[in-house]
Design a protein around this ligand. Structure first.
Ligand code: FES
Length: 150
């Protein structure tokens, strides 16, 4: 199986690893097919909804670790609305590709950010979540990541 140099770099030197102590957005997701788990913690500026910091902890395959690592770099500094626009295909292209059998691993990152955003908005009922959040959660739930070869 061929991995790009970028995947290998993020796997061997993952960025933003750990759990943020002062997180106000927490998402924990799993891939039921392989049992891998990802926890995303973010600190969101409550005035501007900008992702000021983001960490991840992934118990999973190398592709999932590389995905989580590059995703944290892509999301940091964006508003939550823009962070939710980062999809798994953006992550895969930023990593210079993933082997086809590993593309399902890239969905985990997108799900983690969506779960953390959901957590944040549930605790801020005064804020209106972007419409893309509900759409993304529904789309991700409908994806069959369990299927062999997905
Ligand atoms: S094999 Fe489980 S996320 Fe990659």
């Amino acid at each position: 199986m061929q991995y790009s140099a970028k995947v290998m770099d993020h796997f061997e030197n993952p960025r933003n690893v750990g759990v943020l102590e002062d997180a106000n957005a927490i998402g924990e997701v799993g891939n039921p097919r392989c049992g891998d788990i990802m926890k995303i913690t973010m600190r969101i500026n409550e005035e501007t909804d900008v992702v000021e910091d983001i960490n991840f902890q992934t118990f999973g395959c190398g592709a999932a670790i590389a995905v989580s690592s590059i995703l944290t770099e892509m999301v940091k500094g964006k508003t939550l609305e823009d962070a939710l626009k980062v999809g798994n295909t953006d992550v895969v292209s930023e990593l210079d590709g993933l082997p086809a059998v590993k593309v399902h691993c890239s969905v985990l990152g997108e799900e983690g950010v969506a779960a953390a955003a959901k957590y944040y908005y549930e605790r801020h009922p005064e804020k209106t979540p972007p419409a893309s959040l509900a759409e993304k959660i529904a789309r991700l739930a409908a994806l069959d990541v369990h299927e062999e070869g997905s």
